[in-house]
Design a protein around this ligand. Structure first.
Ligand code: PFF
Length: 442
């Protein structure tokens, strides 16, 4: 007998879980290096605009699809539009699988650093320490630890696992981040960090590459374009405004990314580490910050522990949403019990993550292809689907918009502006992915 479809216990539970999915490694690890690569404050400004004009409207569309279909990422497109779109569900699930496989590796690094920093075991040469931790046997082990934690939460179910964990972990994360930002504000030489982060260079604002990386980052950070938010919304009861929900999630995510920058940039500049952040993209956070923490002695140990604990919470609450997409798909496809599906999906992802744990280039390539290109493709599909093909969005969102004009603006954003912008971004993302593949083959 199949189990009944799960549902959230409360709306707050859903919101915290969705914010938990959005707020993750993307907000701290990816955001920090993209912002420093792409002009600091100019990037931050463009990013915030992209969140409001591209991210939030698409997020609302995904939520509407999920709640209306009452099916997760795998089944929803087919259910809403018909069999000819079943491949979209498969694409979503494949993207989630690929992202989780390397996301869990970075979550593993985070867990390992949490332990090392808490024990005061940061080495003098943090770049060498990172190189040893990032790939190889230890990285595989910690990746498996991260997957085991993720599986343990998701196995508890939507209410008893995901919702319960989010209700405890998300408030803890907010408190930790506020405390860290307050501490960073006391650094005497952090001013240059704030200036880089907060004073935009007008010339960088209008550059196409600033826009392109902002869009890619918005997708990753909002968990958009692969049906994670859709799947969470499929566990909602009718009623409640998805428009408001979508904007709350997007703003919460943007705020955490912004607050994360208020923590990382002053630290990086205080210790003159800006070169390190730009140089080793994936390693930025794991090389520069431990260096600062090690210099600070006992204070560094406390602050560093708080930082990596916050990062681990952020990573885990995102990883569980990725795994949930897979679990829901396995249940939908096989009719298995949830527990069995969790073991299968978790085990398969654990295996698939091994190459990323053994080779940083693989990890980087997977992030470019699944974490960037495929999410943008998914977003484009969602925009076109909700704007032109699936006719149920209006009914699902009825009364949700504060004004009919906002509703019209939303529809036309999805129909024209967002697809046009994404097509532009896609050209760059395809070129980028091909470059990564060519470099790997060579
Ligand atoms: N939003 C997460 C982050 O910013 O780290 C990453 C992520 C989670 C991407 C879930 C996609 C997803 F479906």
């Amino acid at each position: 007998m199949t189990e009944p479809r799960p549902s959230w216990h409360s709306n707050v539970g859903f919101l915290l879980a969705a914010v938990g999915s959005a707020v993750g490694l993307g907000n701290l690890w990816r955001f920090a290096y993209l912002a420093s690569e792409s002009g600091g404050a100019a990037f931050v400004l463009v990013y915030l605009v992209v969140i409001v004009l591209v991210g939030a409207p698409l997020l609302v569309a995904e939520l509407a699809m999920g709640r209306s279909a009452r099916e997760g990422a795998f089944r929803a497109p087919g259910r809403l539009v018909g069999r000819r779109l079943e491949w979209v569900g498969a694409l979503f699930v494949l993207t989630g699988f690929a992202i989780l496989s390397y996301y869990s590796v970075i979550t593993g690094w985070t867990a390992r650093y949490l332990v090392a920093v808490a024990r005061g075991a940061v080495e003098r040469d943090t770049a060498a320490q990172f190189a040893a931790a990032a790939s190889g046997g230890a990285a595989v082990t910690w990746h498996l630890v991260a997957m085991a934690l993720t599986v343990a939460i998701v196995a508890g179910g939507v209410r008893g696992g995901i919702e319960r964990a989010s209700l405890v972990l998300m408030p803890a994360l907010f408190v930790l981040l506020i405390a860290l930002a307050a501490w960073a504000a006391t650094l005497p030489d952090g001013g240059a960090g704030y200036a880089f982060y907060l004073r935009p260079d007008p010339a960088r604002i209008w550059r196409l590459d600033t826009f392109t990386s902002a869009v890619g980052q918005a997708f990753f950070s909002l968990s958009l374009g692969m049906g994670a938010m859709l799947t969470y919304a499929s566990y909602l009861q009718k009623g409640g405004s998805l428009v408001r929900e979508g904007f709350v999630i997007a703003l919460a995510d943007g705020s955490v990314a912004f607050a994360g920058g208020l923590v990382t940039f002053p630290i990086v500049y205080q210790f003159g580490l800006q070169g390190q952040v730009g140089e080793s993209t994936v390693g930025a956070l794991f090389i520069a910050l431990p260096h600062a923490f090690a210099t600070l002695g006992a204070t560094g140990r406390i602050v560093g522990t708080a930082f990596f604990l916050a990062l681990l919470i952020a990573a885990l609450t995102s990883a569980i949403s990725l795994l949930e997409v897979l679990v829901d798909a396995v249940v939908a496809r096989t009719g298995w019990s949830r527990r069995r599906a969790v073991v299968l999906a978790g085990g398969a992802t654990a295996l698939a993550g091994v190459p990323a744990a053994l080779d940083l280039r693989w990890l980087g390539a997977a992030d470019r292809i699944a974490g960037n290109l495929l999410l943008v493709v998914g977003g484009l599909i969602i925009a076109i689907l909700t704007g032109w093909i699936w006719t149920g969005a209006d009914a699902e969102l009825a009364d949700g918009f504060p004004h009919p004009r906002v509703r019209r603006a939303w529809i036309w954003l999805l129909r024209v502006a967002i697809p046009a912008a994404l097509a532009l971004v896609l050209v760059g993302a395809v070129r980028d992915a091909l470059g990564v593949i060519a470099a790997a083959i060579r």
